[in-house]
Design a protein around this ligand. Structure first.
Ligand code: 13P
Length: 215
């Protein structure tokens, strides 16, 4: 378990962070879903729920085998979250959003390749790392995506779902939310500076230094 908070506190934090993401436009409508690893299973946002209006008591609880135990019906993206949390045992939470700029990059990135987000700022490197794989397009909720997501997540903290949006993991729920915000802003900067002459990227030595110090 990646978080020492008890389950009730994690439910409260999930609702508060969901509202924070929604209020700042990182999620609209009922887009996005979040999962948290517990000692005895997983919490997951319910399907068709708005991240801005999560009821802590209604958040879905799943058992260690990912079966639905209590709360509202879980997100249709259970397969996505299961793939990432299985591939990354050190991860305690996964955030999937349809945030605009990261989703735009998911429409540009080569399916099955890596997205080209230049390493412009330290926090993108520190929270996301070197690589951002782009998993080929699948219908939302399609269980067939699980092996491809699992493979991508084995070597990267974050990935893009082609023409769909970002998926970010981290040790704690808070860190996964912060990393999702960092990815969205890095994508915004990348698109803003696309084709602009003279853009200075971090050097390979600077990237190595960040990952050695904070990675
Ligand atoms: P859920 O409402 O089932 O979580 O799906 C929303 C979503 O973002 C699909 O990718």
């Amino acid at each position: 378990m990646a978080d020492s908070m008890d389950e009730a506190a994690i439910r409260q934090e999930l609702a508060a962070l969901g509202k924070s993401l929604f209020d700042r436009g990182y999620s609209v409508g009922t887009a996005g879903n979040i999962s948290v690893r517990l000692a005895d299973g997983y919490l997951m946002t319910p399907t068709n729920s708005c991240l801005g209006r999560l009821d802590p008591a209604g958040i879905s609880k799943l058992g260690p085998d990912w079966s639905h135990l209590s709360g509202d019906k879980p997100s249709k993206e259970v397969f996505l979250h299961r793939a990432v949390l299985t591939a990354r045992p050190e991860a305690g939470a996964v955030v999937h959003l349809h945030s605009t700029h990261a989703t735009a990059v998911s429409c540009l990135a080569p399916e099955g390749g890596d997205a080209e987000i230049p390493q412009l700022t330290p926090y993108f490197v520190m929270r996301i790392g070197r690589r951002l794989p782009c998993v080929p397009y699948y219908r939302p909720g399609d269980a067939a995506m699980e092996p491809a997501v699992f493979e991508a997540a084995r070597s990267a903290k974050a990935l893009l779902l082609a023409n769909h949006g970002p998926v970010v993991s981290a040790a704690t729920l808070r860190d996964a939310v912060y990393a999702s915000e960092e990815l969205e802003e890095a994508a915004r900067l990348a698109l803003m500076l696309r084709g602009v002459p003279g853009v200075r990227r971090l050097t390979p030595a600077q990237v190595d230094d960040l990952l050695t110090t904070y990675g």
